[in-house]
Design a protein around this ligand. Sequence first.
Ligand SMILES: *[C@@H]1O[C@H](CO)[C@@H](O)[C@H](O)[C@H]1NC(C)=O
Ligand SMILES: *[C@@H]1O[C@H](CO)[C@@H](O)[C@H](O)[C@H]1NC(C)=O
Length: 398
Amino acid sequence: MELTSALAWLTTCLLLTLTSSTDPQSLISRRNLLGNGLGSTPPMGWSSWNYFNCKIDEATIKQTADALVSTGLAKLGYKYVNIDDCWAESSRDDKGALVPKRTTFPSGIKVLADYVHSKGLKLGIYSDAGFYTCSKEQPGSLGHEEQDAQTFASWGIDFLKYDNCNNDGSRPTLRYPVMTRALMKTKRPIFFNLCEWGDMHPALWGYTVGNSWRTTNDISDTWESMVSRADQNEVYADFARPGGWNDPDMLEVGNGGMTKNEYIVHFSIWAISKSPLVIGCDVRNISKETMEIIANKEVIAVNQDKLGVQAKKVRMEGDWEVWAGPLTHDRIAVLLLNRGAWLTSITAHWEDIGIAPATTFKARDLWKHKTLKPRFTGNLTDSVEAHACKMFILSPVY
Ligand SMILES: *[C@@H]1O[C@H](CO)[C@@H](O)[C@H](O)[C@H]1NC(C)=O
Ligand SMILES: *[C@@H]1O[C@H](CO)[C@@H](O)[C@H](O)[C@H]1NC(C)=O
């Protein structure tokens, strides 16, 4: 007993010494997190759902992994290759295990994981905290959490999206932690994405259960759907932090339902909101225009900034909004958003952003890839087209 407590004390001292170099904010916020070490910045990758729905097979997944590498997207951080719903047979095997669909995944998931890993990528999979998944084509994991977590770990799975369909009516706060514990028990670090659609305000409890939590219902490929998810997600900005992120759903960029400017708004808001950046189009056949958006390194860097603070709306005036959030090195990310139908001039006031009015900043336009000539003191004004945005990093000039 004595020895055990002495050891515990020593371990604590050691941990304190090891972690004292990290900034205090992240120390405090990490205290209660699911301890799998994942998600220190928002996850980046691809998922099959938005473009393929249930029409998936192992060739598509492999070709997508190949395309993530050949397009250069993998190098930019898009590492997770996530198989969504409809990958499994409708019944478990005689030992109760999930079985990859024989017609579409004949080689099995382990082989796919090995392939994806050989490309330096990670493989994600999908299940549901209910009796069967949303497609109703495959069993859910409710009541089979430990067995399914062991199966996923044995295949080399790195990410689990866990949906909320067809459950027993009990609270998600009861059903989701069962899978958290099952995943932890496998000892394999598996990023845990709660897909509870925001019903029970998962931002308030998700950080003890998963690495990210959906704050909204499914996105669709329209401007209205996209901005309404951005709005719903913004409300929970204070709850995002390294290790646990608000998730307004996967990207629709490249799927054809919005204009280029609207997709730029979509990507910019997701980035500044520290949302997971999960591509939802067919990357095997990606257009130059789509690449220009999702491969914008400067915007990705805002999303992946180590500070991990989600931006908020700091001013709304009719159809326009200013979003802002802090970045490392005393910089600030600012988004000027025009939701209206006409070109408009938008001003970001320092006092709205919470910086001293007398401070001078230089401004980098992240879509034009240009540092603006003038320095800015007190405010920054720019004109913004209809359904479009401007995105800047402000850096203090000392
Ligand atoms: C590739 O994308 C273009 C649109 O960018 C589309 O017209 C074409 O059908 C796609 N090809 C395949 C094979 O999906
Ligand atoms: C912006 O700041 C400048 C001073 O730097 C000031 O002259 C101007 O009135 C401000 N504009 C707005 C719209 O607040």
